[in-house]
Design a protein around this ligand. Structure first.
Ligand code: NAP
Length: 276
């Protein structure tokens, strides 16, 4: 019998997940299908319960349901720390967050060391929370900068409550730059995302660090203005496509128990990107 998984979100117009997972199932000759289910914000509960009732093995969850679904399943420790679930297993009615692992795995795949490093995270939304949990868990010391500093302070305070060992502070961009050398900058804001190609989250007039690595969670375009700024200052830019692929690969492994064909998933994601 065909096994079904899928994704819920709204408006869910540009998700790469169906292409990535279906390409992986096909490559491995598995009788599995990944469906796309556009679920409006007011019926998040049905977005969880209906696929379960119809025998789905699990689902991915994306904007705007990642927080709301936590009320309908049991979130694991990681999802609780991040405050968001992006992958549900209906066999156990549990939820986890594979964005954290996807992000950390892609940094490792790109040879970026984290232990003892000083990392600047730009943004204070869901993706920034996943980044801070992953980075501090990997032994980095983290500075969070957000255009509304109050939101950054609230995020760090909330995360610290769930992990007392966490090394993270909320600062202004000036304070972060003046505080010492920065090894890695992570962009967890949409600034620079298509179609705003000239936009950068780096505040104009603040000196850009030399020889720094930028990890931009944005994957459209493949090269953002912020990544260019890093290269102009002797550094390196890494785009967010790998994070997307590795978070999907982790969900694939969880549902199927099978090792995901990473290259097949990468290729499907690249093709989706080109066809946009
Ligand atoms: P979110 O919850 O809406 O948070 C967005 C954050 O960016 C907020 O802190 C917001 O600041 C800030 N921001 C928004 N526009 C800005 C601008 N023009 N300049 C500076 N800061 C700005 O969004 P999210 O879910 O965290 O996602 C953030 C980004 O990560 C998106 O681009 C998303 O596509 C990307 N992402 C990528 C992956 C991947 O797999 N590669 C996974 C998850 C997310 P305020 O608090 O002041 O509003």
């Amino acid at each position: 019998m065909t096994q079904r998984v899928g994704i819920i979100g709204w408006p869910l117009t540009t998700t790469f997940s169906p292409a990535m997972h279906n390409a992986a199932f096909q490559a491995l000759g598995m009788d599995w299908v990944y469906d796309k289910m556009a679920i409006p914000p007011d019926i998040a509960r049905l977005g969880v319960l209906e696929p379960q009732r119809h025998g789905y093995v699990g689902i991915n969850v994306t904007i705007p349901h990642k927080e709301e679904v936590m009320r309908h399943i049991v979130p694991d420790k990681l999802a609780q720390a991040v405050g968001a679930v992006n992958t549900i297993d209906f066999r156990t009615m549990t939820g986890t967050n594979t964005d954290v692992g996807g992000f950390i795995t892609d940094l490792a795949a790109n040879g970026v060391e984290l232990t003892g490093k000083r990392v600047l995270v730009l943004g204070a939304g869901g993706a920034a929370r996943a980044a801070v949990v992953g980075l501090t868990g990997a032994g980095a010391s983290v500075m969070v900068v957000n255009r509304s500093i109050e939101r950054a302070r609230a995020m760090v305070a909330n995360l610290s409550l769930s992990n007392l060992m966490m090394k993270a502070d909320a600062l202004t961009l000036d304070e972060a730059v003046e505080s010492g050398d920065i090894d890695l900058i992570v962009n967890s804001t949409p600034a620079g995302m298509f179609p705003n190609l000239d936009e950068s989250p780096w505040v104009y007039g603040v000196p850009f660090p030399q020889d720094v690595t930028v990890y931009d969670m944005i994957y459209r375009p493949a090269q953002t203005r912020l990544m260019q700024q890093a290269e102009e200052h002797g550094g390196r830019g890494i785009g967010g496509l790998g994070m997307l692929v590795y978070q999907g690969a982790a969900a694939f492994k969880l549902w199927t128990g099978v090792e995901p064909p990473i290259e097949v998933m990468f290729e499907a994601a690249r093709q989706e990107l080109q066809s946009q």
